[in-house]
Design a protein around this ligand. Structure first.
Ligand code: FAD
Length: 467
């Protein structure tokens, strides 16, 4: 029996559910990745993430060889490419891991129809989260709308264990393949970005580092962007370089091995973040309309300002708010931004510049290496005050006091806004009083935070009265 394993957001050989079952159930496995055939600029992706994908595919091809696998690359619509490959190779089964987003689900449905038509076995597995969306429900079997009760339930559920390494895949060697893609495949400019190392091995190294100290100190340091205080595993989860089972198992092992209550608390907090990821995936699963409209119906139809030069200033990191500009420049340079700063920049766009969260959501997806539609949408709607969240819209973070609290010595800000390197840290936490720029190469704040905060409150209040 020959089975095709259709790789999607699971670019690893270890602890991969569909690959594991394909290797058990078929004598021979044909590993396949289908490249998207979009050629022009894409609203929801960009060169940094695509370049990380290229690195991951190269690494996957090498890793597969160690278990007798030969990766085949094709390009086009998944159902059509799979149909062609089934006919070419004589495969009688397709295995894949399910994708929770509406686009992935729509493609799976097409593939399943095609397989039925050809009369071959086609099996999708749950792999992307520890618990599928339908497993974490309220007592009356409804989806949760708020994180805290969701996480309470999620934490009580028994966690699935990692799976063993796949058996020898004995892939056919003669199936033609496109070359591994590089940047030219999508005709995108080389971003020259400082992107985190791709591939399963690099991801496993990051996991080792994270569980050897970072997650133990996580509660104390995770909000400090100037410290290496978070795991940096988000892109690995996004591309499936690591499985959530493996991450959870390593965190649980670290938890069992420590006697320090501080470290135990740190690891508990880290595990809760994994639940946030699964919460947003569950929200998207149950409420796919969040990609278009506000999760909270109360805020649909809210007024947003036309995107103008202030939006451009935000995108380029020249708003005159040092912490905001540092975050945006980190994003542009590396495709990553610290979580605390994602919240600050997202709230700044929506609450200080009054620009629609959908525009920020799109910009982040074009630049983030870990860009993932469920978490990104969740993060944006949370920041805009329209999301699955108990926090009321009138809790508006002040970018100046956030900077003072979370980047007290200005280390993060100065790293990404080098014009401010010689400015004393305390000057980074308040608008210049004398209206003189902090440095002649650095702009004055583009708005007055207090005025814009009042304006936001008025906008929300007016909307509430009107509806
Ligand atoms: P850690 O702090 O070490 O957390 C461990 C893991 O938990 C992360 O890798 C991630 O998978 C998950 N996680 C942590 N925080 C969150 C959260 N708030 N929501 C969902 N999952 C979380 N995360 C993405 O993976 N992709 C995105 O596109 C994305 N967009 C965001 C947009 C906004 C506006 C905001 C506020 C947050 C967004 N996040 C997104 C969540 C979070 O910022 C990143 O997951 C985190 O910064 C990644 O760094 P880390 O791996 O070091 O995280």
């Amino acid at each position: 029996r020959l089975a095709i394993h259709w790789f999607r957001r699971d670019l690893r050989i270890l602890d991969n559910t569909a690959l594991h079952f394909a290797s058990i159930q078929a004598g021979s496995v044909l590993p396949l990745y289908i490249l998207s055939d979009w050629k022009k600029e894409h609203h929801w992706t960009g060169p940094k993430r695509q370049s990380f994908l290229c690195g991951n595919l190269a690494s996957l091809a090498g890793n597969l060889e160690t278990v007798g696998g030969k990766l085949v690359i094709r390009c086009g619509a998944a159902d059509a490419e799979l149909e062609k490959l089934v006919k070419e190779s004589g495969a009688d089964a397709i295995f894949f891991n399910r994708d929770p987003d509406p686009f992935g689900r729509a493609m799976e449905a097409k593939v399943e129809t095609m397989a039925r038509k050809l009369g071959i076995h086609c099996e999708g597995f749950h792999d992307i989260t520890l618990h599928p969306a339908g497993e974490v429900l309220t007592q009356d079997a409804r989806p949760y709308r708020v994180f805290t009760p969701y996480s309470r339930n999620w934490l009580t559920l028994e966690k699935p264990a990692p799976l063993p390494k796949p058996r020898d895949l004995a892939s056919p060697k003669e199936i033609p393949s496109l070359p591994l893609p590089d940047h030219s495949h999508w005709k995108l400019p080389d971003p020259q970005a400082q992107i985190i190392e791709a591939g399963e091995r690099a991801a496993l190294e990051r996991l080792k580092k994270a569980t050897s100290g970072i997650i133990q100190d996580y509660k104390l340091k995770r909000d400090l962007p100037g410290e290496p205080g978070t795991s940096r595993l988000s892109q690995d989860l996004r591309f499936g370089l690591l499985s959530p089972r493996t991450i959870y198992a390593r965190a649980a092992k670290a938890q069992a091995e420590t006697r320090s209550s501080k470290a135990k608390e740190g690891i508990d907090t880290f595990i809760k973040e994994l639940a946030w990821r699964e919460f947003y995936m569950a929200i998207l699963w149950h409420f796919p309309n969040v990609l278009e409209e506000e999760f909270n119906p109360e805020w649909r139809g809210l007024w947003w300002a036309e995107p103008d030069e202030l939006f451009e200033a935000w995108k380029e990191g020249r708003t005159g708010f040092p912490i905001v500009d540092a975050g945006m420049r980190e994003l542009l340079a590396t495709g990553h931004m610290h979580n605390r700063v994602r919240m600050i920049t997202a709230m700044f766009l929506t609450k200080d510049l009054h620009i629609d969260w959908r525009l920020g959501e799109q910009f982040f997806l074009q630049h983030l290496v870990d860009g993932e539609i469920a978490s990104n949408n969740g993060g944006w709607q949370w920041s805009a005050g329209t999301g699955a969240d108990a926090a009321p819209y009138f809790r508006i973070q002040n970018p100046w006091s956030q900077a003072k609290r979370y980047d007290p010595d200005g280390r993060y800000t100065k790293k990404w806004v080098p014009e401010l390197r010689d400015v004393p840290a305390e000057k980074l936490y308040e608008a210049p009083k004398d209206a003189r720029p902090l440095n002649k190469a650095y702009p004055l704040p583009c708005v007055d935070h207090r005025e814009e905060r009042d304006r936001t409150l008025a906008i929300f209040k007016k909307h509430k009265e009107r509806t």
